[in-house]
Design a protein. Structure first.
Length: 234
């Protein structure tokens, strides 16, 4: 395959992924009010007593922009199987037949891990919000805009979902012989430090609960990838 054919294939895969995100985003846009009502419950359970139980918006376009933001993030998540499949189909020409057979497990495990990350993000959301809303003391009362809250929740779900793809990336690198299990074993101490630093940077809420809720599973995934890599070598 020539360079131009490779670029054409990349463009085609990207277009399919974008169309899938747009279609999924349209569906999410329709159900955005129900999604907002569900997400606001986490805030109501975390906010100090006397805090308004509804969000505000300060501009005439803010409500529409918030709904559009939910549709965008939701479309990316809902279209996950499509764009992961397109990604795999793009990289498979460089793999041998034995490695190509991992396509379906790659897609399924990626979807399951992303969903697990999203669930952990939502489980972490309430203690994270309690920490953030109360850390300023009783003299500060939260009055959040819908836009900022939805952005925080959406980014948390995406951050946790993508970080939970860590073992898929490691196993793929092991299959592609970019890494070896021996290297991963020798890097354990450094990996722990890097993972904690990564979690501290990527968690949008910047609270300790989210940090450890992301870092601990990622390190466990690191150890699990070593085991999986050794099994696949047999």
């Amino acid at each position: 395959m020539t360079v131009f054919e490779h670029l054409g294939e990349l463009r085609r895969r990207l277009m399919i992924s974008i169309v899938a995100v747009v279609v999924a985003g349209t569906v999410v846009f329709i159900f955005a009010p129900e999604i907002i009502s569900w997400l606001i419950q986490f805030y109501n359970d975390s906010a100090p007593k006397g805090t308004p139980d509804k969000f505000i918006f300060t501009g005439p376009l803010d409500a529409f922009a918030t709904r559009l933001k939910i549709a965008t993030y939701g479309g990316i998540v809902l279209a996950l199987p499509v764009w992961l499949w397109q990604l795999w189909r793009f990289i498979t020409p460089g793999l041998n037949p034995k490695e190509k057979k991992y396509a379906v497990p790659f897609i399924i495990s990626s979807i399951i891990l992303f969903a697990m990350g999203a669930v952990v993000a939502l489980l972490t959301l309430e203690p994270a919000l309690k920490f953030l809303l109360n850390i300023g003391g009783s003299d500060l009362q939260p009055l959040l805009t819908a836009d900022k809250y939805i952005s925080l929740v959406s980014l948390m779900i995406l951050a946790f979902g993508l970080s939970f793809e860590f073992p898929v990336v490691l196993v793929f690198l092991l299959l592609a012989r970019v890494l070896t299990t021996r290297q991963l074993r020798s890097w354990r101490r450094y990996a722990a430090v890097v993972i904690v630093a990564f979690a501290a940077v990527i968690t949008p809420s910047q609270d300790p609960y989210s940090l450890f809720a992301m870092a601990i599973p990622m390190y466990l995934f690191y150890e699990g990838s070593i085991i999986i890599g050794r099994v696949l070598k047999r």
